[in-house]
Design a protein around this ligand. Structure first.
Ligand code: SAH
Length: 448
């Protein structure tokens, strides 16, 4: 369109966006759950669970739940010298071990007792699936109460990304995402969130994550687009052609909160976990905040609170539709906070932190992939400013033949071209791990 409306937020302006190009003549498929029954609330709308039930118990307290100061205080309380807390922290955050037999700097007589006090087992490995020639590993973990969660580890050329879970299940009830289909079981504790990283680091240190193939390196358009290159000293030389050497960082460098759960619905524990990630070793993992991405369905007050933390973490909003008419059905939480409020909050995040934000947009055939929606999205983003945002469309991880099918390649190209024509930087993301149900929206944590 040559002239963009002054106020693209009004429904009339939205309607005026609908041009008559061929791709806009395609049908409008409505979101509806397939193969499962979406729980409805008393208001007849999809049920939302913002909090866990009051009856759930949390796992035993672990060193990673506490700051170093708190660990020292706890050690003293138990009758140990305060510096034991630091030694235990080195074992956990720098050597990735919770095994007392490896802790020869601790007195043999009290080692076991200290370890069971500070490093109770949190994540028990149930299963591990490898794909992409060993460059992607999906872990299935059992928690102390039997709850199951997953994390996905991906090695790229210059980074290692771990996609982590923040809740057991999810209460946001999005009809296209496998995780929400069983509702929310409970929030994960800070240490359960962090332990996913420590365990992944342990696997990497044991040489279990292979280098990506040359073909994958050539296609690096995936999660790697989120977050930034981190300034890790461990980075090695470029891989040789064929790329089978293990080069690059030797531990997790990037985190995406895109596993199971809605991170901003478990705000306190997630933020505490972020602190453990960025605290200097041995208080924490000493990771770069820039390499951490928090993705949300759009809990507006929590987005603003996150912005006010003023940490240079990367923020991603799962928008998936620029118009409320569709987003109301696609993202049930849109009944609370509308698309424009979510975009305003994302803009506030940018204004406050100076960090460019990402808009995630799963392209779903004939549902949200119409050209007019790309135009409307671009206008809404541009109405707030320029250079503050980029769009990450991602082909829906499909169930072929269902209403939840990925857009056709030429439709995706047109969608991207329309955003770019209006000056919105856009990168198509492809996901790793589809063959092992490890890709976005496929994490359901069933044991078989
Ligand atoms: N609850 C958070 C983070 C978890 S999901 C959020 O909603 O952002 C991470 C991303 O995967 C989100 O953008 C989510 O919308 C997307 N996603 C969910 N199901 C998907 C599917 N079937 N195909 C592609 N992306 C999907």
């Amino acid at each position: 369109m040559s002239t963009s409306p002054k106020n693209p937020e009004t429904p009339r302006a939205a309607a005026a966006q609908r041009p008559t190009r061929a791709d806009d003549a395609r049908p409008q498929v409505r979101p509806k759950p397939e193969g499962w029954k979406q729980p409805m609330g008393p208001d007849g709308r999809p049920q939302l669970q913002f909090a866990q039930s009051a009856r759930v118990t949390q796992p035993p307290k672990h060193l990673a739940d506490m700051s170093l100061e708190e660990r020292i205080a706890r050690a003293k309380e138990l009758g140990y010298p305060g510096f034991r807390a630091k030694q235990l922290s080195v074992h956990y955050f720098q050597h990735y071990t919770s095994d007392p037999s490896e802790m020869t700097d601790l007195p043999a007589a009290t080692r076991e007792a200290m370890v069971s006090e500070f490093l109770p087992p949190l994540l028990t490995e149930v299963r591990r699936l490898r794909t992409d020639d060993g460059a992607t590993i999906k872990f299935l973990w059992r928690l102390f109460d039997g709850a199951l969660v997953e994390s996905v580890l991906m090695r790229y050329r210059n980074r290692i990304t771990l996609c982590i879970s923040s809740q057991c299940g999810c209460g946001m009830n999005c009809p296209f995402c496998a995780t929400g289909q069983n509702g929310l079981t409970r929030n994960m504790s800070t240490a359960e969130i962090v332990d996913q990283i420590v365990q992944a680091n342990r696997a990497i240190a044991a040489g279990e994550l292979d280098a990506p193939s040359a073909a994958e390196i050539a296609e690096e358009r995936d999660h790697a687009g989120l977050g930034e290159e981190t300034d890790f000293a461990e980075e090695g030389p470029e891989p040789a052609a064929g790329g089978t050497q293990r080069t690059g960082p030797q531990r997790v460098s990037n985190i995406v909160f895109m596993g199971m759960g809605e991170p901003l619905a478990n705000y306190k524990r997630v933020m505490n976990a972020v602190h453990r990630m960025i605290d200097d070793a041995p208080e924490g993992l000493g990771m770069s905040a820039r390499g951490i991405t928090i993705s949300t369905v759009g809990l507006v007050p929590a987005i603003r609170k996150l912005a006010d933390e003023d940490l240079p973490i990367t923020f991603a909003l799962s928008l998936h539709a620029p118009d409320d008419e569709l987003r109301d059905e696609l993202i049930p939480v849109n009944s609370r906070w509308k698309a424009d409020e979510a975009i305003d909050a994302a803009y506030y995040y940018y204004e406050t932190t100076g960090r460019r934000v990402s808009i995630e947009y799963a392209l779903i055939k004939d549902m949200n992939d119409h050209g007019w929606r790309a135009d409307l999205l671009a206008d809404k983003l541009n109405a707030r400013g320029r250079g503050w945002v980029h769009v990450n469309p991602i082909p829906l991880n499909p169930t072929p033949g269902s209403i939840w099918t990925s857009s056709e390649p030429e439709v995706m190209q047109e969608f991207i071209a329309r955003l770019e024509a209006k000056g919105v930087p856009t990168t198509l993301r492809d996901t790793r791990g589809k063959e092992i149900d490890g890709a976005c929206g496929q994490l359901a944590a069933a044991e078989d």
